[in-house]
Ligand binder design. Structure first.
Ligand code: B1M
Length: 210
């Protein structure tokens, strides 16, 4: 079995130790971190989602799969993040109110940091006012909102509105993303940009800040 296959299986089985070990071995053998991420970890999590939808996995299996993937990601992170010197700008990120999914948001944070920006990560279940207050206090140019549940997407709209009320929507931009989010939704709520994946989010930050 290749390292990628081992990592894929370890995530499906929620086997954190094997995921960590195979990730270390893959890097030591010269496999690029991006390849481990895109060819093993992300497809494994997509398969976990499919198994959940077909009632073959339940919440406990999702949790242990997510824990295994996060452990592997922690090992990939130093490789994914460039050793930039002076940050090109500041970006506040977080998963919106009511939503506890953080793997995609963590990846976005890693890639944006890798693109040379300081990332202020507010974690999960973040209220609209908290994003806006932090962005103002810390002098951030971009707020990045992640949502994985259709039921929490309205919190993105509420955040854009809270920023508009502060009078700072313009100097501070909003970008949105997450599996149920689309460009059309971003346009509807007045967000400044949408990115489909973490690499796209890093490119978008550059467009929004420059
Ligand atoms: Co949840 N869950 N979950 N879950 N879970 C989904 C999202 C779901 C699609 C599963 C399904 O039914 N197929 C479904 C949502 C249905 C819907 O709303 N349409 C679902 C559900 C229903 C639920 C619960 C309600 C289940 C329950 O309790 N009955 C519950 C809700 C809890 C809550 O948040 N309040 C729940 C709980 C959980 C766990 C806690 C068990 C766990 C999360 C653990 C964690 O994150 N720490 C979990 C997981 C793991 C998933 C799936 C399987 C995987 C999500 C993931 O990590 N993907 C997911 C199914 C799926 O997505 N296939 C599912 C990997 C990650 C790399 O991708 O997050 O999409 P993703 O991020 C991508 C892009 O979307 C994008 O870039 C990332 C990297 O390329 N991106 C951005 C993300 N944010 C971005 C921001 C940007 C730009 C791009 O700019 C700012």
């Amino acid at each position: 079995m290749s390292f990628s296959e081992t990592i894929y299986e370890a995530i499906l089985n929620g086997d954190m130790g094997t995921c960590e070990q195979a990730t270390r071995q893959a890097l030591a053998a010269g496999t690029p971190a991006g390849e481990v991420l895109n060819e093993a970890m992300i497809p494994a999590m997509a398969e976990v989602g499919r198994l959940f939808e077909s009632n073959e996995y339940y919440v406990p299996e999702l949790l242990i799969a997510a824990r295994a993937m996060k452990a592997g990601l922690a090992i990939l992170k130093p490789e994914l993040v460039a050793t930039g010197v002076k940050p090109k700008g500041k970006v506040v990120v977080g998963t919106v109110k009511g939503d506890l999914h953080d793997i995609g948001k963590n990846l976005v944070a890693i890639m944006v940091e890798g693109a040379g920006y300081e990332v202020i990560d507010l974690g999960v279940d973040v209220a609209p006012e908290q994003y806006v207050r932090t962005a103002i206090e810390r002098g951030a140019q971009v707020i990045g909102l992640s949502a994985l549940l259709t039921t929490t997407m309205p919190s993105m709209k509420a955040t854009v509105e809270a920023l508009q009320e502060s009078g700072l929507h313009g100097p501070i931009k909003v970008m949105v993303g997450g599996a149920p989010v689309t460009q059309q939704y971003a346009d509807e709520i007045g967000a400044d940009g949408y990115a489909r994946d973490a690499a796209g989010a890093a490119r978008l930050v550059q467009l929004l800040v420059d």
